[in-house]
Design a protein around this ligand. Sequence first.
Ligand SMILES: Cc1cc2nc3c(=O)[nH]c(=O)nc-3n(C[C@H](O)[C@H](O)[C@H](O)COP(=O)(O)O)c2cc1C
Length: 343
Amino acid sequence: MKRVAHIDARKSDHIKINLEQDVRSGLTSGLEHYHFVHEALPELDLEAIDTSLILFGKILNAPILISSMTGGTEQAEEINQHLAEAAHVCNVAMGVGSQRAALQDPKQIPTYAITRKVAPDILLFANLGAVQLNYGYGIDECRRAVDMIQADALFLHLNPLQEAVQAEGDTNFANLAIKIESICKKLEVPVIVKEVGWGISMRTAKILASCGVAAIDVAGAGGTSWSQVEMHRAPDEFSRQLAAAFVGWGIPTVDSIFNIKEAAPEMTIFASGGIKDGIDVVKCIALGATLGGMAGQLLNAAAISSNKAVEMIKITKKQIQLTMFAAGVGSLKGLESVELLKH
Ligand SMILES: Cc1cc2nc3c(=O)[nH]c(=O)nc-3n(C[C@H](O)[C@H](O)[C@H](O)COP(=O)(O)O)c2cc1C
């Protein structure tokens, strides 16, 4: 039970720090260097721009992912409810935060299951830390996480540095790939691997492709930095300085997309990490991603109300539509052949 109380306190800290402190990476996503050519004669009707797509058997109205964030506390339940309401109204994809708290304490199940209750049809992703496969978790826990929210797919997150800068972190990341591969083979739904804000290298992309993952979410550097979050909750000066040094660590989102494209050209890519608006989402798609995910920004909206979260997703969707219009591209598929300018 002590371990469960531990997770609870950590979840509360994470939400509070993300809402109240500056937890931005010292790096940028890299998207600011890429630009569409403006088309003064797009030869398109704005109303006919199609931002929809089909992914894992579900239709989405826009290529937007509410990235995995929370669950496991009362406040987290309310945030998950607001995010799921927004995902439902706007018909976009959503992930819940790590479900370990609920696997260890079934009382916490409703704080995650609320998402499926309010959003029965959305593309919904379960979430567990991949490292837990080295701490006793296996296919049963993955199945329980998926069943808990009737998820369409499972995110396994990779967060070695986040674990390493925490006094209580789970840091044995040895021989994990073979366990991820086994989950990919056995689980009934697709397995997607994500980082949490430090991006994906070519080496990691190659390994993940050989494990048989269905997609990789880059969660690159440029947005929320978990070493900054952990710095703010450090119990002593030693831990604070340890975490603070990593403010500029990681592979920016754009570089991570390129790394996956190079190392695993067939891989489905989700882009996240410092995506600030719909223009960024469309840039990521033109660079090779299928979806653009946002976490930190949506947390701030959902902490206020579901209306705020709906508003933010609606604005993002409209920005996506306008970007495609002004770039002269009528569909997401058409973005595959668009060349961005770099400067
Ligand atoms: C409050 C908060 C909690 C998060 N918890 C999780 C988590 O439990 N599991 C996970 O895979 N990622 C988690 N993330 C990471 C996000 O899914 C995302 O990869 C990362 O924050 C980068 O996106 P951003 O720059 O838009 O915030 C969390 C992010 C935030 C802001």
